[in-house]
Design a protein around this ligand. Structure first.
Ligand code: ADP
Length: 429
């Protein structure tokens, strides 16, 4: 350690000791700070501005990470002495000392190694200047300047460095503030999302349960007799509501598995035409009043899919068309493109506003204007998109408002899941 009195109290320095050129530079630095948006871009500008008035080879900013370790968050090796060795000299020890003491630390380090190479000899002597960076009464970081082979830092130069450090303190202060505000906003958003989620889910779970309970209680009443037709009608409602409940719970489970990355896919080589025909049969069985038309192009080819998950996507797209375009016919098609299988669900209902076409695939998102038209949780399309992406395919919506909506699903013909040596392969999404 050099024998210079460097202890300092933390109060702003006045700039009256500066030469005009230095003053101009410090003024420019203060402008950079005022306009700074990105901390590291601003630091780069400050370093560039400071160089002509203050000699140094390396400069490093250390900041505390997770309130514990001090790590370099910004470092520049400049002009003289640029070499791998110079690039590695960041002055961690000096930074640690400054952090502990809260004082400016000056240190000269001479490495024992003898050498005739002048460049190497210069690299062997390092002059460190470490300055604490105070924000809100505590040290938030340390700025270290390094000179190779001198000159040693003169008291006036230390003062100048302190002035530069003071400006960097302002920059850190802004950075900390911006982070705090962002964290607060994120917390608030999460809070709101959770509240909305609980409200929606509670309502969605309670409404089918309410019907099941109500109709079951009615059927069990001792003081009333129900004819066969009424009993069947009530039991049908109970069955439908139980199905709705089960589907909602499945969706919730899938969605949380997707969040944790544990939704497993069971890929198999299957002809998608077979899946579509099964689907068609299921839809048409017992649903004579539905106007759903199928146009399936046949082709004897298998592609790798999880049939259960693809069926889930088809179910969801049809149930959406029936929910949101209740009086409209629905056209379902499957066709073969050179590289992909194209599945399309077209309805002629209210359509979807253009600015919502991407949003509807987000978790819990529902078009606000349609929320009262049908029950739902905003999870269906989110899950569909994850499933299709898990197949390396694509899903998107097209719509002309007032004329209907089309949902397009594309599945690759050539793709195979990784390590699918056997007939079955599992991959999580
Ligand atoms: P949910 O139906 O449970 O609300 P989805 O994720 O399946 O959730 O759909 C998200 C939203 O997209 C729906 O709430 C609805 O606003 C809109 N939507 C989906 N399909 C259609 C459609 N065929 N026509 C109009 N709007 C639709």
């Amino acid at each position: 350690m050099c024998g210079m009195d460097t202890s300092m109290e933390h109060h702003p320095l006045s700039a009256d000791f500066l030469e005009p050129r230095e003053l101009r530079t410090i003024y420019k630095i203060s402008r950079v700070i005022l306009q700074a948006v990105d901390t590291s871009a601003a630091l780069k500008q400050i370093v560039y501005l400071a160089r002509p008035i203050f000699i140094f080879d390396n400069v490093v900013l250390f900041q505390q990470e997770n309130n514990r370790t001090l790590s370099p968050t910004y470092a520049r090796a400049l002009g003289r002495g640029r070499s791998t060795e110079a690039d590695m000299a960041w002055g961690e020890a000096v930074a640690g000392e400054v952090f502990q003491s809260g004082d400016v630390v000056l240190k000269e380090e001479k490495r024992a190694e003898e050498t005739d190479d002048r460049h190497k000899a210069r690299l062997n002597t390092r002059f460190f200047l470490g300055l604490p960076l105070w924000v809100g009464g505590q040290i938030e970081g340390v700025l270290v300047f390094i000179r190779f082979g001198g000159p040693a830092y003169l008291p006036e130069q230390v003062k100048l460095a302190r002035l530069i450090a003071e400006h960097i303190e302002r920059l850190l202060e802004r950075q900390i503030l911006v982070e705090r505000v962002a964290n607060l906003e994120a917390e608030r958003r999460l809070d709101r999302l959770q509240q909305e989620f609980v409200a929606t889910i509670t309502h969605d779970l309670k409404s089918p349960l309410g019907f099941i309970k109500g109709y079951a209680t009615t059927l069990l009443r001792d003081d009333a007799q129900w004819d066969a037709q009424t009993r069947k009608e009530f039991l049908t409602i109970i069955e439908e509501e139980a199905d709705r409940l089960a589907q909602l719970i499945d969706n919730l489970l899938d969605s949380s598995r997707l969040q944790t990355g544990t939704l497993r896919m069971d890929f198999q080589p299957v002809n998608p035409v077979d899946i579509m025909r099964d689907f068609q049969q299921r839809v048409q069985l017992g649903n004579d009043n539905l106007d759903v038309k199928f146009d399936i192009e046949t082709c004897e080819e298998v592609i790798w899919v999880d049939p259960y998950r693809i069926m889930q996507v088809l179910d969801n797209l049809l149930s959406n068309a029936l929910k949101y375009a209740p009086d409209s016919p629905v056209r379902v098609s499957l066709s073969w493109e050179p590289q992909r299988v194209h599945i399309c669900f077209q309805d002629f209902g209210p359509g979807i506003p253009e600015d919502q076409l991407d949003k509807i695939f987000k978790r819990f998102y529902r078009v606000p204007a349609y929320a009262n038209r049908a029950t739902g949780s905003g999870l269906g399309l989110f899950i569909c998109q994850k499933i299709i992406r898990g197949h390396h395919g694509e899903i998107f919506a097209e719509s002309t408002l007032g004329e209907g909506a089309a949902f397009h699903v594309f599945l690759p013909r050539k793709w195979r899941p990784a390590e699918s040596a056997g007939l079955e392969s599992e991959e999580s999404v």
